[in-house]
Write a protein that binds this ligand. Structure first.
Ligand code: ZN
Length: 433
């Protein structure tokens, strides 16, 4: 009985794992035809291992997978609802083959290892369709591969799907219907682009004439026309002038990363609603950065309508979340309304592990899927004075509090009160920052 020490449960797991049909790769997202025969050696060396890796990740409901060289081996990291966990190690030869094969099937050049490349794979697993977005980037030890797994059945596209409250959504819609600048801001990887597209989907594209000046990367936007007839050498201001002549109302423009873009946008913000995104620590820093880029605080104060930022966190699993009754004192301390009678948390582990019947929906994690909390800065007369005076981030924060504008923390507590997530999860997310 060499394998006796695995116990009954392990045996069962081994048997169950054998039944899993591996993932099918249906082709790269760019529609390119991949000639696997021309890369037979590479395919032989890495395709089975690559499929195993992706299959395991999908079976665990992962939303990300990272393969990277770490000293003499390759480390695999699997992300479930954004939380990293070890996915084991691969030998150097295996890691290299897996990386190159995944690049190949994503439509990337496996031989090019010195520059960052991005592509994607259409995939199917257990009758569900997935888009796997793959980015390879050079690191000191070789090359790192990051895969984002997008379950096509889970929609996190509209602001409602993202978890935004009705009141905030309506306000954003109103603010987007008059000329001015509306921005999504946040640290890289925090979901800013998703929020920006959420803001775009939130505008009334039946009433207004809406254009996009950027490639939506496969995202569907209804009743939004691409602006694709720019004259060579035309700058943003000139493009916006042309669009204004066509009676455009709302335009999605490139991220506000440079003075040229920011100045171009604000020069036409008296005529058009401009929606964009900006990398920034938080909303207050975003306003400050904007003033620096535009170089004219009064112009920013006049035309900036709103900046929204988001933080993603995990949803409690609907099938196993546990209700409890919070004490009134505790609610008060948190700033929650006394009318909240029930909060929810992850169920505690069973006292005897043998009695354990883990929740199948969340693999006994207690969380399943993600949701965002939002912070919303609105340009009010009071805020306008602070921005005109130079947009000091501390003064902006103070003003937001004074005017009771929604902060991340407040919005997070709203979702706790609604039973969408737990206080523990909220604490975890804020500790990270
Ligand atoms: Zn569950």
């Amino acid at each position: 009985m060499v394998f006796g020490f695995f116990g009954k449960k392990k045996q069962q797991e081994v048997e169950e794992e054998e039944e899993i049909e591996p993932v099918s790769f249906l082709g790269p997202t760019n529609g390119q035809d991949i000639n696997l025969k021309a890369h037979a050696k590479l395919v032989d060396a890495g395709l089975v291992a690559a499929k195993d890796l992706v299959t395991d990740a999908l079976a665990e409901r992962a939303d990300g997978l990272k393969v990277e060289p770490k000293g003499p081996v390759y480390q695999v990291t699997v992300y479930v609802d954004g939380i990293p966990q070890s996915g084991g190690k691969l030998s150097k030869a295996e890691g290299l083959a897996v990386t190159q094969v995944l690049k190949l099937v994503s439509g990337l050049d496996p031989k090019e290892r010195k520059t960052v490349q991005s592509g994607g794979i259409k995939a199917e697993f257990e009758t569900k369709k997935y888009i796997l977005t793959v980015t390879s980037s050079p690191v000191p030890d070789g090359e790192r591969l990051m895969m984002r797994i997008n379950d096509q059945a889970i929609k996190l596209e509209t602001l409602t799907e993202l978890g935004m409250g009705e009141e905030m959504r309506q306000k954003l819609r109103d603010l987007s219907s008059a000329p001015g600048v509306v921005l999504a801001a946040g640290p890289p990887g925090s979901g800013t682009t998703t929020t920006m597209y959420g803001v775009m989907r939130n505008v009334d594209a039946y009433i207004y004439t809406v254009y996009t000046m950027i490639d939506s990367g496969g995202r569907k936007l209804h009743h939004v026309a691409p602006y694709d007839d720019a004259v060579q050498g035309e700058d943003l201001e000139a493009s916006l002038t042309r669009l204004a002549r066509r009676e455009a109302n709302i335009i999605l423009i490139e991220p506000m990363k440079s003075a040229a873009v920011a100045k171009g946008a604000f020069s036409k913000a008296d005529l058009l609603t401009l929606i964009s995104e900006m990398p920034a620590k938080d909303v207050a820093s975003a306003v400050h950065q904007l003033v620096q880029l535009v170089g004219d605080p009064a112009l920013v104060a006049t035309h900036l309508r709103a900046i929204v930022t988001q933080k993603l966190f995990r949803r409690l699993c609907k099938d196993c979340k546990l209700a409890y009754r919070p004490k009134v004192d505790f609610l008060k301390k948190l700033g929650l309304d006394e009318s909240v009678k029930t909060l929810y948390r992850v169920p505690p582990p069973p006292e005897d592990p043998k009695d354990d019947e883990p929740c199948e929906k969340c693999n006994a994690v207690g969380y399943r899927g993600r949701v965002a909390m939002f912070e919303f800065l609105e340009m009010t007369p009071g805020m306008r004075d602070i921005v005109t005076a130079g947009a000091d981030p501390v003064a902006i924060r103070t003003q937001m509090k004074k005017e009771k504008q929604t902060t991340l923390q407040q919005d997070g507590l709203r979702l706790v009160a609604e039973g969408v997530t737990s206080l523990e999860e909220l604490q975890r997310v804020f500790k990270q920052a």
